[in-house]
Write a protein of this length. Structure first.
Lengths: 253, 253
């Protein structure tokens, strides 16, 4: 990290017909977004979900790669015919789609000579020049080419690989957050929040999220900032407004 | 529906910093995708998640609106300062951002004259010429302008409104699906599936999704097609391969 206020952004590209059909509920977006945010200060600027169609993957990878420090893709690096992420990204970056020597050796060792069939070999094919992201659960590695990182779609496998990815990512400024949950409706506090937001301009980001829980209606006010002093001052201003309006604050929320 | 083989596509645009930060796990994408698919034969072609930033909403709405029959947005139509969907979409389509008479009357009636404050009034503001999508749970309506449909972000409220949206959507060809769950790993069936996929070309879409369940490793093979005969023939071909390879098929899967 060279500058104290370095902003690092990432985009997530989810590749898979099963997510677009609604059959599978994505579990990777919120995990990756939280992990990037909380551990590395990398802010997710955009997420896209696209089908298993080469032209769509190519187009989206190129555009997201251009506009972000990193792109993380999930899905499509397995052994079956609908796994076309590696090939599509090779095409996007005009790289040869070829066996990665180390990945080939890892998989050959994992499956044993006898069981190392063509579909399994396919998982060692990736854009030429890729760096590997080791997979401690099912061997088949992910990879990084340019600023694009390709991870599997199965959430448990993806999670097991995440620490092996850390070394490739330059950290940014961590965003801190503070949450105040109150027993009220949004429109009761909207004006106050808007005033506080205006006062703190772009240094602080105040979000307001209604919820229904245990028969009670409430709002979670989430304050986010990379500046702890701003965050605290903003938090205090909001508490002052809530007290003035006699709005009940949920304890331990 | 004028043509039997009419293909209708929709994009989903999720608007909200809370999803991009990982704080909130989206629950609307899979619900909307399934509902559109199963009830109306509308295929979701793409999903994007963007922050509460006007320029980003404008840009993405315009591009998705151009490339799809429908765009469904979620989030950002509430009373607080970070709810900027209606204003942004007015801007995108160069429409006046103004009170919708009927929406104003609905909200005024719901809250009563005394409690109808400015933040609540804001929920009646939308692009001029919008059609309303009634909200049976919390009154504030969604709206449709051109081919863009704006829904709230709170999943329970969104779900309660979905039937009021149906009349605005032209149905497409329903996609049928059939699932075969087997006790094996993907690489054992990859070759067979690829052959069947090639045989049925673009008429059928075969997906392969590994899972770990109750200590067992398995794969769900999902076949999707708008043509029931193709679907059945494809299903039979796959069963034949599985039997030949002596792969166990999970019952009732």
């Amino acid at each position: 990290m060279t500058k104290k206020n370095k902003k690092i952004s990432a985009a997530i590209l989810v590749i898979g017909n099963e997510i677009l059909s609604g059959r599978t509920v994505d579990k990777n977006i919120s995990f990756l977004a939280s992990w990037l945010n909380n551990n590395l200060g990398i802010k997710v600027s955009e997420v896209r979900i696209v089908p298993d169609v080469e032209s769509r993957i190519v187009k989206n990878v190129l555009s997201l790669s251009k506009n972000n420090n990193y792109v993380l893709t999930t899905g499509g690096i397995g052994p079956t015919h609908d796994d076309i992420t590696s090939k599509s990204i090779s095409k996007a970056f005009k790289k040869k789609y070829t066996y990665h020597k180390e990945a080939y050796a890892i998989l050959k060792n994992y499956y044993g000579n006898k069981n190392f069939n063509d579909p399994r070999k396919k998982m060692a094919k990736m854009p030429s020049g890729s760096k590997l992201i080791y997979n401690p659960s099912s061997a088949a590695p992910g990879f990084m080419i340019k600023n694009v990182i390709c991870l599997p779609g199965v959430p448990s496998i993806l999670k097991s690989m995440i620490n092996n990815l850390k070394k490739y990512l330059a950290p940014g400024l961590i965003t801190h957050s503070s949450t105040i949950s109150v027993e009220t409706v949004e429109s009761n506090i909207a004006k106050g929040l808007e005033e506080v937001q205006k006062k703190h301009k772009s240094f602080v980001d105040i979000g307001s999220y209604p919820f229904f829980r245990l028969g009670k209606i409430g709002v979670s006010i989430v304050i986010r900032s990379s500046n702890k002093i701003r965050l605290q001052s903003c938090h205090k201003s909001i508490i002052k407004i809530l007290k003035r309006k006699k709005i009940k604050i949920f304890k331990g929320a």
